[in-house]
Structures are given as C-alpha cells and as structure tokens.
Design a protein around this ligand. Structure first.
Ligand SMILES: *[C@@H]1O[C@H](CO)[C@@H](O)[C@H](O)[C@H]1NC(C)=O
Ligand SMILES: *[C@@H]1O[C@H](CO)[C@@H](O)[C@H](O)[C@H]1NC(C)=O
Ligand SMILES: *[C@@H]1O[C@H](CO)[C@@H](O)[C@H](O)[C@H]1NC(C)=O
Ligand SMILES: *[C@@H]1O[C@H](CO)[C@@H](O)[C@H](O)[C@H]1NC(C)=O
Ligand SMILES: *[C@@H]1O[C@H](CO)[C@@H](O)[C@H](O)[C@H]1NC(C)=O
Ligand SMILES: *[C@@H]1O[C@H](CO)[C@@H](O)[C@H](O)[C@H]1NC(C)=O
Length: 931
C-alpha cells in the first residue's frame, strides 16, 4: 500500500481523475491460467447440444449436455472439465460411427450402440472429470456423451451461471433474472465440457423458462415448445452457433424490457438485429446505445474488412452486476447499468472489439491472450477516436504513454505488483501496434490484420500469426525489405521490461547526425545491470525545419538493434530537426543543446502551430524528464517552457502540470522552492485569467481540464484570489449549526484552506474528522484526513495531528488512519521533516506505543526517513541512525536503504539546484518579479 502512495504524487491522489478501467484483470486471470489443467487430446468435441433449466427463485439449476465427440487416439476414457460443485448423475455414451479401420472394412454404417461406463472419477484438486469405459475405442470412433447434471445458481458473484434480482417499481414485486459469465474458464461450473479456448465447435442451446420471462442466448430464437408436466414453463431452442469456445456461451433469462429496433437497415447495409435490454424503469437511459453500437460496429467491420459474424447482438444492462469487466458472450454482452448508460462510447466499443478478436478468432492458449488484449485495446482506441470526433479519447495515447514512460524507467519497473506489470506491458504492446500502424502505413497495417482475420476466423491463433500476417503484407507492399520482419521488430519491444531513449547529436559542420540508443532510466541511481544488452529495432522518423512535413510517418531508417548510426544530408546549422514526432515510437529523444535551443526559440514564434500539438507536448515532456533523469541541463529544459506564455492547447500544457508537481516536490525543502512557486504563478496566472473562473457552455473538454488544472496548481502555489475563494467557501461550513451533518464545501477548496489558511480553519477540519458520524460516507472522512495531513505548510498543524493520534492515542483514529497519515506526510518536505523531528523527540514513547504493531513502526520509519533529498536531511538521518542504531528493530533494513537513496537525491540536488536557481533568477528578473 505504501508503495502505491509513494508512487502517486499528492495532487494526483487528491484530484479526482476519471480512472480508465482496463482489462488488466483479464490478463492476470489469463496469466494464472497458463498452467491450468490441460485435457489430454485423445477425445475431442464436434458439437454440443446443451439444455439448461434455471430456477432463479430457488437458487439452483439442472441441465443436460450431449456432446458429439471423436477419438483422436485409442483410449478407454473420456476426460472433461467439470467444477467440483457440479453434480453429475447420469451418463450415457453412445457410439454411432465406427473407427477408421472398421469404417473402411464395412460399407454399411454401424447402428448406434451404447458403450457401458465402468466408473467415473474426479481428479483430486483438479476440475477434471474422467469417464472410464468398458472397452477401448480406436482413432476415428464417434460417440455422443450424454450427461445430466445440476448445480447451484450463484447469487454472491456475477460469474458462472448466476442470479440476481430487482424490485419492479410498478408492481413492487421482486423480479429475478439469471445470466452467464464464463470468461475465462467458468463454463465448467455449469456443464461438463472441454473447457479450453482451442476447442471451438458449434453449440445448440436450449433454455427452460417461465412463460412470463424472456430467454436470450448467442443466437436468435428458433422454436418454443411446451414443457411436459409444467404448464407455465416452455423450452426455447436457439439456432446453432458458428464454432466457438466454451467461454463464449451466453444465456440470460429475465423480464427486462428492450428498446425498439429495426431488423434491417438497408441504407447502411446492416442485416443483423441490435437490441438493448434493461429493467423497465431504466431502459429510457439507454435510448442512444443502439446508435453507438451501430456506429461502432460499422467502424470495426471496416477495420477488419469482415462483417459482424452473427445475425443479432443483444446488449444488457444488469442491475447489481458485480464483475469488474463486462461479460462478452458472443452476441450477448452484459454490462453494469452505469457502464451502458454512460456518455462515453469506449466501454461498448471495447466489448465489440472482442467480438472479433477473442471470439471470432481466439487465442489458442492463455499465453497468447496478452497479445490479443493489446491489439483489442488498440482497436478500441482506433474505434473510439473515429467515433468521438470532437473529443480526444482520454488524450490517447498521451496519458497512457506518459505513465509507461514513468513505469519502465524506474529502477524496478512495476515493483512487485502483477496488476501494474500486466497493465503496463499491455499498454506497451498497444503502443507497438500504434507504432506499426504509423511506420508500415495505415493501409498495410490494416490489410495485414484483415488477412490475419480472414485466415483465423472461427479458429484459433498464436501471437506469431499476427506478426507473420503483418510481415507478409509489408513485404507485399514493399515497406519492409527482405532482411526485416515485423516479428523481430515487435519482439525487441515486447520481450523487455524497458524502453529505449535515443540521443541525437548533430555535427553542424559536416551536416551529419549521430543517433545512439540506450536504456531509458529516469529514477536514479541508474545502476541497472546488463544495460549494454538492451537494444531495439527503432524507427527513425526525422522532421527537418526546412521541409516540414508531419504527414509522412515512414521511417528514414530503422536502427536494427544497432547502438549507434550516422545520417548524412541533415539540414544546415540554422534549421532544427525533430526525431520521433507524434510519439510514433514509445521512446523519448534527447538532442544536443543547440538543436534544443533552436526548438525552444521556434516554439515561441507564431509558427509554433506548424508543429502539431502532440509533438509540441512531446518536446516539452522529453526535455524536462531528461533533465530530471540527469541527462540534460535544467536550463535547457526550462527554456522549453517559455513558449507556454502563448500556448493555449490543453495537450501541450499537460506535461507542465506533472513537471510542476515532480520538480516542485523535489525542491520543496530548499530556498529555491519559493522562487519556483513565483515562476509557477507567473506561468499560470495569465492562462487562468484568460480562461475565466466560470465554465462556459461551449467549452470543449480540453478547456475544462486546462481551467481546473491551472486552478489547482495556482492554488497550490499560493495564488491569492484562489485562496480567498477557498476560504470563503470553507467559512460557510464553519458557520452552519450542525457541521457534522454534511460538508457543503467542494473538495477542490479543502487542500488550499488547510495549506494556506489559518490554524483555526485547520482545527475545524480536524474536529470534523474526530466527530465524523458513522452513518456518513467514510470516504469523505478519509479525504479530510488525507488533506489535513498532506496539505499544511506549517509544522505545528502536523505536530498537533501526530500528538493526538499517536501520543494521546485518541480513540477516533484507527491504525489504518495512522498509516494513511504517515503516507501522506511523505508528499512534502514539511510533512516528512516534521514527522522525522517528532520521531526523534518522542522516540521512546513511540517505541512503546508501536510495540506489537510492527507494520506501523516500519511504515513510520519509512515515511520519516526515506524521502529526504538534501545534505541537511542526510545529516539528520545519519545522526539518528548512529544514535539509535540498535533500536530500529525490524526497520533496520529500511534505514540503510534510506541512506543510500538520500545520498543519491542529495547528489541530484547538488547538481541541479544551482542551475534551476540561476535560471529562475534570470526569469524572474526578466519578468520584473524578483521577490
Ligand atoms: C457428430 O459430428 C460429426 C462431425 O461434425 C458429424 O459428422 C456427425 O453427423 C455428428 N453426429 C451426430 C449424431 O450429430
Ligand atoms: C444467496 O443465497 C443464499 C442461499 O441460497 C441465501 O441464504 C442468501 O440470502 C442469498 N443472498 C442474496 C444476496 O440473495
Ligand atoms: C426504423 O426505421 C425507420 C425507417 O428507416 C425509421 O423511421 C425509424 O425511426 C426506425 N426506428 C428505430 C427505432 O430506429
Ligand atoms: C441521446 O442523444 C441525444 C442527442 O445527442 C441527447 O440529447 C440525449 O440526452 C441522449 N440521451 C441519453 C439518454 O443519453
Ligand atoms: C495510423 O497511421 C496513420 C498514418 O499512416 C495515421 O494517420 C493514423 O492516425 C494512425 N491511426 C491511429 C489510430 O493512430
Ligand atoms: C549524447 O551523445 C553525445 C555525443 O555522442 C555525448 O557527448 C552525450 O554524453 C550523450 N548524452 C547522453 C545523455 O548520453
């Protein structure tokens, strides 16, 4: 938990950023499935005929499955997947075709004969069910395996076959529904089957339901028949599906309403049905979904060059749907209500993308799921960008790109978190697809993928099938020469937990440029072993000032895992060059100082807009991050911010907010910090004043972001009007009679008040936490506590908080609260310095208090010692270490690591602070803002 807090800047924790859910969960599941129990390949399925009879109000279901199978090897047993909760009580195995030998020998077909089952067996600790037959059968034998079973309807998860309910507002009665969610391998919970993605065969699905309900499945309804002995019940039989994996099977039985739909739409060449379902009082919120689906499918069909494969698609909004991701059964998608009613289209597009990639063409085994996921992400982004013409899709791909730059340049990428690793790896592979689209050209890229889809539809694939198809197309279109393959290019990117940085150095006399690649490391120290072993295939796309053309994204040359190359015929010394525009490849670029300065100057002119906004953002983002890493002078990097005076595009500003946050926190213990805050105010005030306080109706999303971010950062830097506004809002809370009943102050005002406001205001906030009523939302209390600890500029406020919670052991604070306070204090020099002094002063008392609470003790030592950044801090921590050497106990290893880190940070500060200060002095002087 601590690691997560430390990785996230305070501001990011406090800003409510719209989180973008990704399917990383999927990948984690896929990852753990790589070693799932495999079935022997002796007997394989040809078709399934499935009957399911769910009884939602009673919480159980029964069923029967008849699987048509063929012997691939001689054997006397059939092995299936079946979950241990599934009760199987009748098995009949009927042989209806002889094996290959007998078939050849006789011309008349064999009459169906039953093969006796000797016994059945469950493999201990594995979801395997083995049927032992009285005799062995040979290769080519065909049988029908007929199994009858029953099981429980889950009501506490949204997995397998589950049930849930809602209250019908009109009749005030309870309404049940049942639905399935079999990804990744939960079909085995509902019926015995060959539950591996590679067994793709047709299914006939039959569902029993009460007359008042509606059943849906993957395919359209074929017939409805009365059920024997139950007058109110019927059997719905659905058309046979195309070949598909078990995880694609879907069934829903409900009393939902659906939107009106048109069966066909001649004009748009649509010949399948789209229906949207929800409980009756929610359906009006989904009025526009059909339209979104129609548009999205059109784009996907165009992308894949292949029509949506089924005759219909149903999308359902399920009340109480609990799974973290939608269920993408083929032709039957299940969403949370809020996801389907949301304004954004990408949730829907993402699931639709999986209808082709994953369902129509399926990864052979879970080890290929990673690449499927990454390509589906790319296709989702492609679709979303095409659909949302006015809005950028969460700044795709910049937001994601910046976060993987930070992640992969750490000393230890992803820490120990599998979730972070899966997500950043998937993001990186998505960006490799984006790079291939640009460098091979969109036409070649799409044709290659279309060929892949044509080839693998209704079948399975391996990751290499995708790279092979792209290579073939690229060769056919003459965009890669014979010595190159997409496989090699892709492998150099996806097999490493690192990204490259390239160093572009021009020789202005000879008109040449030398380009060198190495591992990109940002967080220090840069002592990662085996750095020389890392090399990539890197596309060099070069833009020159004298012939500026950003539309051509064909590489001038590929670095073929070469450390260094030299290009000739570069423009003369008064023209800049830009390498890797638009972040075509996921790597930063460093230049020589002269080229940087030419860029900085050009950006300050009106001509700036000839460089597209994502490239302007990249230049700025690369510059300050390279400076942060110690690979570029801060003077050069800060010059790259000068053009912002004229810049009004959100995307170009975006990197600056992270700059202010990262650099600001890094220097906030030094005297330079005040000057830096003045610089921030000078930078942001004109922007903020121009945007105006109040949102306007026609503001685009970018403008809204820009206004709110500039405000947050101005407030943080002590901009007077902002603090006054915040205090005025806070005052209303202080004046109401029962302040504990609710908080009328918007979150954005709270941190500025605790940071720049009075002790009285802060103390009022503290009292609200102490007296927080248990029936109110606890996350409001958590937010208050975080800001009380993380925001203040003054040591007294923090001391007071520590006194109350640790020394006085006020009963209103839990261990988790204390833990949270420690984490928040690492966000500012004032926080961790105060915590350190508090620890030093009250050492003996705290040791007693935390006896038996080792996690708190370790967390305290970590927060109080590891984040110092200067010589002074180093001296303080070393002194404490010497003084208390034998008393750190379990936290001993923390402090040794801390000292090493602080030394590294101190070196950074010694190298960079004088440069930053000199630059700021000059800047402030030029802007008449000294003091
Ligand atoms: C079983 O599947 C095979 C291969 O698809 C098919 O030829 C045969 O007719 C099927 N048998 C039955 C009884 O459905
Ligand atoms: C789920 O089912 C169990 C047993 O069938 C029942 O005791 C429990 O109350 C049910 N829970 C919900 C949320 O319906
Ligand atoms: C169905 O199609 C007709 C004719 O194209 C159109 O007027 C009508 O609005 C459509 N209805 C829906 C629900 O889309
Ligand atoms: C559907 O779209 C229309 C037009 O874009 C919009 O006015 C309406 O609010 C949308 N309805 C819902 C339920 O989102
Ligand atoms: C794919 O590449 C083309 C240039 O070849 C570019 O115009 C297009 O925007 C790219 N698509 C995506 C989704 O990045
Ligand atoms: C970039 O290359 C130049 C010339 O080869 C070299 O002097 C400089 O140190 C390199 N910079 C980095 C950060 O590697």
């Amino acid at each position: 938990m601590l690691a997560v807090f430390k990785a996230l800047p305070l501001l990011i924790l406090l800003l409510s950023v719209e989180a973008r859910h990704r399917r990383s969960i999927d990948l984690i599941a896929a990852h753990s499935l790589i070693s799932d129990s495999r079935l022997p390949r002796e007997v394989t399925p040809n078709t399934y005929n499935l009957h399911l009879e769910p009884h939602p109000s009673e919480g159980h279901f029964s069923g029967r499955v008849r699987i048509n199978v063929t012997w691939q090897e001689p054997t006397d047993k059939i092995t299936l997947h079946a979950h241990e909760d599934l009760e199987i009580f009748k098995i009949i195995v009927t042989q209806f075709a002889a094996d290959d030998e007998t078939e050849k020998a006789s011309s008349t077909p064999l009459p169906p004969t039953e093969i006796r089952v000797l016994k059945t067996e469950r493999v201990p600790k594995k979801p395997l069910y083995v049927i032992h037959l009285e005799k062995s059968a040979n290769r080519g034998t065909q049988c029908e395996v007929d199994l009858t079973f029953k099981g429980r309807l889950y009501n506490d998860t949204s997995e397998g076959l589950f049930r849930s309910s809602y209250i019908d507002p009109e009749t005030k009665t309870l309404k049940w529904f049942v639905a399935t969610h079999f990804r990744p391998n939960l079909a085995r919970r509902v019926f015995p089957c060959f539950d591996e993605p590679a067994y793709k065969v047709p299914f006939v699905i039959n569902v029993a339901r009460h007359k008042s309900m509606v059943a849906l499945s993957n395919m359209p309804l074929e017939t409805t028949e009365k059920m024997e002995g139950k007058p109110d019940w019927v059997w719905d039989r659905f058309q046979q599906t195309p070949p598909m994996s078990t995880f694609s099977v879907g069934v829903v039985v409900s009393e939902f309403a659906n939107t009106d739909y048109n069966t066909t739409d001649e004009e748009n060449n649509f010949n399948f049905e789209i229906r949207v379902w929800a409980r009756p009082d929610f359906i009006s919120a989904l009025a526009n979904v059909t339209d979104t689906v129609r548009k999205s499918i059109k784009i996907l069909e165009e992308f894949w060059g292949c029509a949506y494969p089924l005759p219909k698609i149903d999308l359902l909004a399920l009340p109480n749907y609990q799974a973290t991701r939608p269920a993408d059964n083929w032709g039957l998608l299940l969403f949370k209500e809020s996801e389907l009613s949301g304004r954004r289209s990408w949730h829907v597009s993402q699931e639709l993308a999986y209808q082709w990639l994953g369902t129509l063409a399926t990864p052979f085994w879970w080890s290929d799921a990673h690449i499927n996921n990454a390509l589906a992400r790319y296709v989702t982004a492609y679709t979303t960008v095409k659909m949302e013409t006015n809005e950028s899709f969460n700044n795709w791909p910049m937001t994601m790109l910046y976060s993987i730059y930070y992640e992969f340049s750490k000393r230890y990428p992803h820490g120990k978190s599998t979730a972070i690793k899966q997500d950043s790896t998937s993001a990186k592979t998505e960006l490799v697809f984006r790079m291939l689209n640009y460098t091979l050209g969109e036409r070649t890229f799409k044709h290659g993928l279309q060929k892949f889809m044509t080839d693998r539809q209704y079948k399975t694939f391996f990751g290499d099938d995708i790279w092979n198809a792209l290579t073939e197309q690229a060769k056919f279109d003459n965009v890669l020469d014979d010595s190159m393959t997409v496989n090699a290019i892709a492998a150099s990117w996806i097999t490493k937990d690192r990204l490259p940085v390239i160093n572009v150095t021009r020789d202005y006399k000879k008109k040449t440029v030398s380009i060198a690649q190495r591992v990109y490391l940002r967080e220090r120290p840069h002592d990662v072993p085996d750095q020389e072993k890392f090399v990539w295939w890197i596309p060099i796309i070069l833009i020159r000032q004298d012939k500026m053309n950003f539309t051509n994204s064909t590489p001038t040359i590929w670095m073929r895992k070469e450390r260094e190359i030299t290009l000739t015929n570069v423009p003369s010394s008064d023209n800049f060059i830009i390498v890797n525009p638009e972040e075509i490849g996921p790597f930063p670029v460093n230049y020589d100082v002269k080229n940087w300065n030419m860029l900085a100057q050009y950006l300050c002119t009106e001509n700036r807009i000839k460089i597209p906004v994502n490239t302007r953002a990249k230049l700025l983002h690369d510059a300050w991050n390279l400076a942060y890493a110690g690979d570029l002078s801060f003077a050069t990097a800060l010059n790259m911010t000068l053009f912002l005076k004229h810049e009004r595009e959100y995307l170009a500003w975006d990197p600056v907010f992270t700059l202010i946050d990262h650099i600001g926190r890094h220097i906030d213990s030094s005297a330079v910090h005040k000057k830096f805050q003045t610089y921030v105010r000078l930078l942001l005030t004109p922007l903020y004043e121009e945007l105006g306080d109040e949102p306007k109706d026609d503001d685009c999303e970018g403008k809204i972001h820009l206004r709110s971010s500039s405000k947050v950062f101005l407030c943080q830097a002590g901009y007077k009007p902002c603090i006054e506004e915040a205090q005025a809002a806070f005052k209303k809370w202080m004046e109401i009679e029962n302040p504990d009943e609710g908080n009328p102050v918007s979150n954005q005002y709270i941190c500025p008040v605790f940071k720049w406001g009075t002790n009285e205001e802060w103390e009022f906030g503290l009292q609200r936490v102490i007296k927080f009523p248990p029936n109110r939302k606890q996350n409001e209390r958590t937010y208050l506590l975080k800001t009380l600890a993380g925001c203040p500029n003054e040591a007294e406020k923090i001391e007071r908080l520590l006194n109350i919670t640790i020394l006085e052991q006020n009963g209103n604070f839990t261990d988790n609260d204390v833990y949270l306070i420690f984490s928040m204090l690492t966000g500012s020099a004032n926080g961790y310095t105060t915590l350190f002094n508090f620890l030093k002063k009250n050492w003996d008392t705290i040791k007693v208090r935390f006896e038996g609470k080792l996690h708190l003790w370790n967390s305290l030592i970590t927060s109080a010692t590891t984040v110092f950044k200067t010589q002074e801090g180093l001296d303080m921590v070393s002194e404490l270490y010497v003084q208390r050497q034998s008393e750190f106990g379990t936290a001993d290893f923390v402090i040794e690591k801390a000292l090493k880190n602080i030394k590294e940070e101190t070196k950074w500060s010694n190298d960079n602070l004088p440069v930053i200060e000199k630059w700021l002095d000059e800047y402030l002087q030029a802007n008449n803002a000294t003091k």
